[in-house]
Design a binder for this molecule. Structure first.
Ligand code: ATP
Ligand code: MG
Length: 411
């Protein structure tokens, strides 16, 4: 029988890869906690409308990337392609729209039917942060600073650049939209079919096109700046000032629009040149309309999501668990007392391992192979006296230690 293959675009996280994954999640959990965020876990599948109503019906995700199916009861279900919509759904269905602000952290798998390549998968994983409630630009800056601190603690901030932009408010966008339609209409014949379609329905989306011909036209497209209302312009100016106060370096990039429809005011991306064309590692913005679209009251919010695989690829190393202590029974009748010592060490918070079989020599080889820092050797005679031989594997020094003081000696 031939071995079954994993579905295209999925990957197993084993060994070093899973350690990198865990390092990203644990680091971001630590940092978001410092900022007052609380972790939520929502289902990985939702009613299809949670996404179809909110992400925008011209977005890549909704038009071609969703894993949607009818379940056995006939309901349309979608494996979540992103985390924000589900968090907003949960905010509403758990009656939390009256308990604001909510500062939410999440981590977990996302699913998009994409063409798999380096840094782009069909099941991938994201961490994300959402700050729901405040409408002040201070909140936008704080959320971005939190993301920056995660990258710093992962020691990859220096490999990334924060690019920020504003998408303005409704009035700014309407004015900008007209300017974009006018501009792109003069280049209509050179645009990709997809962008021609978007020209009528959602011209801002063209700015985010990955098509090469489109990109050339986008280069000279008008920017939003001259179309900003005074309110939108001062919101953006305040954001940039706050970012400086939070100690977060940034670069303005008027081309950032983000792939999903629900953003307004702030849009930003942390990009790197170390991952080829999959260079965006963390991205987000303000989405004041989303909670209302989900059936809740008007509720301002701002947040970001980051691809764990892309962050993992940037990490210098996976990080490693503390070196173990190898417990080695010597001779007849020693395994029983050695097992007790083994468990005593673990319960004292010391990583300890004991092989399941083998003579003294094989067990010492095994201890070296796992990179043990010390070997705890005991025979029946030592056990009877309540002592062990403690051998420090880095120096080779050996000493006799009472079992009662072994954990303290090793800590
Ligand atoms: P891209 O332009 O690369 O398609 P996007 O705009 O679709 O990204 P978002 O929806 O903003 O991405 O998701 C936030 C982050 O999640 C991205 O910046 C990226 O790090 C990661 N990400 C998105 N899609 C994938 C994927 N298919 N595989 C791996 N990581 C992904
Ligand atoms: Mg995408």
């Amino acid at each position: 029988m031939s071995a079954l293959q994993p579905p295209r675009g999925t990957h197993d996280l084993i060994g070093d890869e899973q350690r990198r994954y865990a390092r990203v999640v644990e680091t971001s959990r630590t940092v978001t906690t410092l900022y007052g965020f609380d972790e939520w876990a929502t289902p990985i599948f939702e009613d299809t409308r949670v996404f179809s109503r909110t992400l925008g019906d011209t977005s890549d995700v909704v038009t071609k990337e969703m894993y949607s199916f009818d379940d056995r009861g006939g309901d349309s279900i979608t494996l979540r392609p992103e985390g924000t919509a589900g968090i907003c759904r949960a905010l509403v269905t758990n009656g939390l729209t009256q308990s604001l602000p909510q500062k939410v952290f999440y981590a977990g798998p996302m699913f998009r039917y994409e063409r798999p390549q380096k840094g782009r998968y069909r099941q991938f994983h994201q961490i994300g942060a959402e700050l729901i409630g405040p409408s002040e630009p201070l909140a936008d800056a704080e959320v971005i600073a939190c993301g920056w601190d995660i990258l710093s603690r992962l020691e990859i901030a220096a490999d990334t650049v924060l690019e920020v932009n504003t998408l303005g408010d409704r009035a700014s966008r309407d004015a900008y939209r007209s300017a974009l339609v006018a501009y792109f209409s003069t280049h209509k014949d050179a645009l990709s079919a997809e962008s021609r379609d978007r020209l009528e329905r959602n011209p801002m989306r063209i700015l985010d096109s990955k098509d090469t011909a489109d990109r050339a036209i986008v280069t000279d497209a008008p920017t939003i700046a001259p179309h900003l209302t005074p309110e939108a312009a001062s919101f953006y100016a305040a954001l940039l000032e706050h970012l400086a106060r939070f100690g977060v370096p940034f670069r303005e990039n008027p081309r950032i629009v983000r792939g999903l429809d629900y953003y307004n005011h702030t849009a930003f991306e942390f990009v790197t040149d170390r991952l080829g064309s999959q260079g965006t590692v963390m991205a987000g913005g303000r989405y004041d309309g989303l909670v209302e679209q989900m059936g809740g009251p008007p509720t301002p919010a701002v947040g970001w999501a980051a691809g764990i695989e892309r962050l993992s690829m940037l990490l210098a190393d996976a990080g490693s668990p503390p070196a173990a202590v190898a417990v080695i029974p010597a001779g007849e009748g020693a395994e029983a007392p050695a097992t007790v010592v083994l468990q005593t060490l673990r319960r004292a918070g010391i990583r300890a391992e004991m092989a399941y079989r083998g003579n003294m020599k094989r067990r010492m080889e095994r201890a070296n192979k796992i990179g043990a820092r010390a070997a705890v050797i005991l025979g029946a005679e030592e056990a009877a006296r309540g002592v062990v031989q403690l051998k420090h594997l880095d120096t080779g020094a050996q000493e006799e230690v009472a079992i009662d003081s072994l954990a303290a000696r090793l800590s």
